[in-house]
Structure formats: structure tokens, C-alpha cells
Design a protein around this ligand. Structure first.
Ligand code: NAP
Length: 177
């Protein structure tokens, strides 16, 4: 949600894939995304991506992995870029049972660049980033959605909720001294 809004602020045309119609409508109506689709309703990702990206994909911000990454690689444009932030669909499986990506070869023919990153490696930019984000939120250019849970005892249900699509926006745990 944040990455998409930031891309929009930088002038990109942005689509996002979400799990519920409520989230799809939020992105389109409130956050000004160019489009979004519900991956539980449009389950053939290859067909969905053909429909939503007739001109192909230039940048795919990867948070999901598995089937979605494989489908995206069938629709990338020449010199597309794929920053690897995470692959949440694959975390709860031992690595030998994770879904392999069969079409990595598409990266060769299209000069695609895929690169992993960890936030910690860019922490020296945090001051500038926080200043930019604060400004965008104050000016109403960036909308922050979150669900606040109370107390350290809410840690486990909060963590589990990340995998069950029960939240809209970030999950924050408030802990009082
Ligand atoms: N590289 C780094 O330094 C770094 C740091 C922090 C986090 N991350 C990664 O960034 C991603 C987002 O993390 P976050 O902490 O910001 O979580 P988040 O976006 O607040 O919540 C995770 C979301 O992932 C979606 N999801 C869960 N299971 C899924 C599945 N099987 N297929 C597709 N989507 C699924 C759910 O969205 P829906 O309800 O809409 O399906 C859930 O709300 C994760 O992949 C995480 O590992 C990377």
C-alpha cells in the first residue's frame, strides 16, 4: 500500500493485487491507484495480468512470491526491474516444498533485473525518508492505514493476522509501561 502510493507520487501508473474487494475499492477510490484486482476472484494470474497489463510490466515490487512472481515473469517488458522485498506466500513452508519459479529464463531474453534488499542495508537514508513521509502525510498525499492492537499479549494474534487477510493496513502493537 505504501510502496504503491510512493510510486504514484513519483509519477508511475500503479496497480496492486489484493485479497478482498474491500481492499481493492480502498486502493482505487481512496488511494488513487490506477487499478487493482482481487487475487481470490481472478485466480488465473496469467489471464488477469494479460487483462490489466496489455502493455506489459516495467516494475514489479515483490512481496508475495510463488505463483504471482511466475505469472509476472510472463508479462515483463524489456529491462523490467523487480525489487525483492519479501515472498510472504512461501514463508510457512520448508524450502524444499516452496514453489519453484519455472520461467526465470524470461529474465534473460528481456534483460530483466531482480534484486533482493533488506531495509537495514539502507538505514542511513532513514532520516531523509522519514522527513519525506511525514511531509507527504501532512499534505494529505499519502494515506496511512493501520490496525492498532493493545498490549504485548496481542503479539501472537497480531503476527498470525498478517497471514489471514484480516487487516487493512499496517498492524501496530501499542505497549504501555
Ligand atoms: N526486505 C525487508 O527488509 C523487509 C522488511 C519488512 C517486511 N518485508 C516483507 O514485506 C512484505 C510485507 O510485510 P509487512 O510486514 O509490511 O506486512 P503487511 O503488508 O502489513 O501484511 C502482510 C500482508 O501480506 C498479505 N499476504 C499474506 N499471505 C499472503 C499470500 N499467501 N499471498 C499473498 N499475499 C499474502 C496479506 O495481505 P492481504 O490481506 O491483502 O492478502 C497481509 O496483509 C512481506 O513479504 C515481508 O516479509 C521485507
Amino acid at each position: 500500500m505504501f510502496a504503491g502510493q510512493l510510486a504514484k507520487l513519483k509519477g508511475c501508473r500503479v496497480w496492486e493485487v489484493q485479497e478482498t474487494d474491500e481492499k481493492v475499492n480502498l486502493l482505487k477510490d481512496e488511494l488513487n491507484f490506477d487499478d487493482a484486482f482481487n487475487y481470490n476472484k481472478e485466480t488465473d494470474f496469467d489471464v488477469a495480468l494479460s487483462k490489466y497489463f496489455p502493455d506489459g510490466i516495467d516494475v514489479y515490487f515483490e512481496n508475495v512470491g510463488g505463483e504471482m512472481l511466475e505469472a509476472v515473469l510472463n508479462h515483463v517488458n524489456k529491462r523490467a526491474r523487480i525489487p525483492l522485498c519479501g515472498m510472504i506466500s512461501q514463508y510457512n513452508q520448508v524450502w524444499t516444498e516452496r514453489q519453484g519459479i519455472r520461467n526465470l529464463l524470461n529474465m534473460v531474453g528481456k534483460d530483466v533485473k531482480m534484486e533482493g534488499f533488506m531495509i537495514g542495508s539502507h538505514i542511513h537514508h532513514f532520516g531523509d525518508f522519514a522527513e519525506d513521509i511525514e511531509g507527504y502525510i501532512r499534505e494529505g498525499k499519502l494515506v496511512s492505514k493501520f490496525k492498532m492492537n493493545n498490549g504485548i499479549e496481542s503479539f501472537l494474534p497480531s503476527l498470525v493476522s498478517l497471514f489471514s487477510s484480516s487487516n487493512v493496513g499496517k498492524v501496530i502493537i501499542e505497549v504501555n509501561k
